[in-house]
Design a protein around this ligand. Sequence first.
Ligand SMILES: CC(=O)N[C@@H](CC(=O)O)C(=O)O
Ligand SMILES: [Zn+2]
Length: 313
Amino acid sequence: MSSYNNTARFSEARRVAIFGGTHGNEMSGVTLVNLWTKNGAEIQRKAVEAVPFITNPKAVEKCTRYVDTDLNRAFTPENLSAPGGNNLPYEVLRAQEINRIFGPKGSPEAYDVIFDLHNTTSNMGCTLILESSKDYFNLQMMNYIKKAMAPASCLVLLNEHPLLKYSTSRSVAKHPVGLEVGPQPQGVLRSNIFEAMRVILKHALDFIELFNEGVEFPPCTVEVFRVLERIDYPRDANGNIIAMVHPNLQDCDWEPLNPGDPMFQTFDGKTIHYQGSGTVYPTFINEAAYYEKQQAFITTRRETLVASAIKKA
Ligand SMILES: CC(=O)N[C@@H](CC(=O)O)C(=O)O
Ligand SMILES: [Zn+2]
């Protein structure tokens, strides 16, 4: 990226990948990618090469999140450079392979954009996940998608947290974009969720086509929800869960949670209240895949980011 007259210049985003099955039991992404692999007409755009790709075929085969370890945590520098070949966990080997095809991560040869399709069991609706508040190309894309979706809502989750950020499959690209649509149970396809994901991706590809055609996008602001904290379930001394998400919080992703609001309900009916110092916006509430990660939900803060104008270099 370079700046000239306050317009950020980015090279053409020709190489685009659409990942499905990073988690093998998240069926919208798996199904869309399989569909587009058979017939790519829907994802074809002028001056864009969009490659649909199943990232974790073994997990898709078993309809499980992963086989050995979570692929969407596996793209660390250590893993990507680990020797050991076939002795490595399946997903680490697969991460290396994906990094060879679509990366190398952090290099000029890396793919321009990777969309990674996920589903959540949480009531999050349409969510886009970003990893940087300074990527004006992605911020402009978020602004475009949000406007194109209106009056339907599409929220942006910003995971830029120094400790809570993880090494995603999409992080191989120059501009990584996560799509997270829910609620949808694991292993299940719901038509409303499937169609919502399909529409988000349509707008995203339209944006890239316009950008590649030389359209200048004027400065804009984007409302995002920045990851603050992970909240675990209350546990006993043995680590067993002793409370559930409170009914007042269940399904209330993105709604304000204030100090003193009910948060958990113990099995004997006691309410545990939120003790933070100010209003937060919880999301990924009661996500099935996060029980193993000791996470009941995450808290976020609302922020407005500013993006400069952008244009093709
Ligand atoms: C439910 C789920 O899998 N969510 C994704 C979010 C992301 O792609 O950043 C994950 O934990 O990897
Ligand atoms: Zn996922």
